[in-house]
Design a protein around this ligand. Structure first.
Ligand SMILES: Nc1nc2c(c(=O)[nH]1)N[C@H]1C(S)=C(S)[C@@H](COP(=O)(O)O)O[C@H]1N2
Ligand SMILES: [Mo]
Length: 434
């Protein structure tokens, strides 16, 4: 009965609300009381509906209120002028070597719109004419090959939804002083549908010779980003991508072609890809020695730590948001694992004393953002909210303390620890370390 009334309410034109007001308000009363169990709140809500209706009448006659002509069709879409979500810029002294972060608290579903995909450039975004661009495959191969972008598009294609996460994501979350909001703490991760040619196709075409085991992959930007990648990963699920979320890659994401290594640290997904050299050992480039190598507590280093381990974060409520007052809320968040699919997410609303299963929403794609949600009634007192994910390989997110015990705190890379948000009695949410 309740839901039926709602459908009627939602489908009735605004001008009919006057006549139906009695029924509708009664329906809202029932639903809303079911929701909060608080009668005084209903009267407040009823008042708002009443005054909205009045405003509409003033704006035009009852019959023409929604007949004002809108804008015409357009060649390329843009979002509503009322939407403000934007990337958070982290600029350095050299703005070309900077990053921007995805507004995870504003994101819906599992895909990141291309315009809000985080960016990490070591030498700025190059302007590359796709007709001029070439991809060279050489080294230990039977047939060195040069591909144009048109060549790549003729080859068998594949589309896949997966996340890209910078190894430095969560770098602020090791100590007691943490980032103020989820965009700054976890926004170096985004999830897109990538389309391109499987790298295995190119390697088969070129004919990787016996004894070859690693690739050197190189970008066409000013820093010539170079990484070594085991050939096994290249043959498994690597994509030379030219499409992102149904259209061409954005320049920031590597237009016209980038490598996508699902589940691996973002740095290995080399953008503006121009060269693949087949070799029998890693090249030990600057980006895998002085960077993206982690000094452990015993003085040894962890190198080629490619996989982004299982991780989750609550995006609502999260830092710098304010809860309007006690009542029902849906705790929402994202989970992902570079090893596979998300098996389970648990949520704690009492600083980790008790954990309950969250609902993990379909689709649960491997190496992709996965949504979880958890109904919660906030009584109005201080609370600490946390989430922890377990992937289908049996890995569970550690606490920061467990992570530091295992690896020390010399390096800021690969922090997949449990993240906490503190809700104060006045409703303001701030960061709480794991
Ligand atoms: N050629 C090139 N590829 C690159 C980079 C770069 O600076 N140049 N940055 C890397 C890093 S550190 C990351 S985290 C990802 C970021 O990809 P995105 O900017 O599309 O989010 O690209 C990687 N590929
Ligand atoms: Mo990165």
């Amino acid at each position: 009965m309740h839901s039926l009334e709602w459908v009627r309410f939602l489908s009735s034109p605004i001008t009919r609300i006057g006549r139906k007001a009695g029924n509708v308000l009664q329906a809202i009363s029932q639903v809303y009381q079911g929701w909060t169990g608080d009668r005084r709140r209903f009267f407040h809500f009823g008042l708002i509906v009443g005054s909205n209706q009045l405003a509409c009448r003033e704006a035009g006659t009852a019959d023409n209120a929604n007949r004002i002509l809108g804008s015409p069709v357009s060649r390329y879409g843009r979002r509503s002028q009322f939407e403000k979500a934007s990337r958070h810029l982290r600029t350095t002294r050299t703005p070309e070597s900077s990053s921007s972060r995805t507004p995870l608290a504003d994101s819906r579903g599992i895909l990141t719109p291309s315009s809000l995909h985080f960016e990490r450039h070591h030498a700025g975004v190059p302007t590359i004419d796709p007709d001029e661009h070439r991809l060279l495959v050489h080294g230990m191969v039977e047939r060195p090959l040069v591909f144009t972008v048109a060549d790549l598009k003729r080859l068998p294609s594949v589309s896949r939804v997966c996340f890209i996460e910078c190894a430095g994501n969560g770098g602020s979350e090791w100590g007691p002083r943490t980032a103020p909001d989820v965009q700054q703490s976890h926004g170096l991760a985004s999830c897109s549908e990538w389309t391109g040619v499987p790298l295995s196709v190119l390697l088969t075409e070129a004919g990787a010779r016996a004894g070859s085991s690693w690739l050197l992959v190189e970008g066409a930007d000013a820093c010539k980003m170079q990484r070594s990648v085991p050939i096994q990963k290249a043959m498994d699920d690597a994509i030379v991508a030219y499409g992102q979320n149904g259209e061409a890659l954005r320049p920031e994401q590597g237009y016209p072609v980038r490598l996508v290594l699902p589940g691996w640290e973002g740095n290995t997904s080399v953008k503006w890809l121009r060269r693949i050299k087949v070799w029998d050992r890693p090249h030990m480039t600057r980006d895998e020695t002085s960077r993206y190598t982690e000094l452990l507590r015993d003085g040894r280093s962890r190198q080629f730590s490619f996989v982004m381990e299982v991780k989750s974060v609550i995006t609502f409520p999260s830092g710098r948001l304010k809860l309007p007052g006690p009542g029902h809320f849906e705790i929402r968040g994202l989970a992902w694992s570079g090893r596979g699919a998300i098996e389970r997410v648990e949520v704690s609303t009492d600083a980790g004393r008790t954990w309950l299963h969250a609902e993990v929403q379909e689709p649960r794609l491997r190496k992709a953002f996965t949504r979880f949600r958890f109904p919660w009634r906030w009584e109005g007192g201080p609370a600490v909210l946390q989430s922890r994910a377990i992937d289908d390989q049996g890995y569970r997110q550690p606490t920061v303390a467990e992570l530091i015990a295992a690896r020390g705190a010399n390096s800021a890379y690969h922090n997949n620890a449990i993240k906490g948000w503190r809700v104060a009695a006045d409703g303001w949410v701030s960061s709480a370390s794991g």
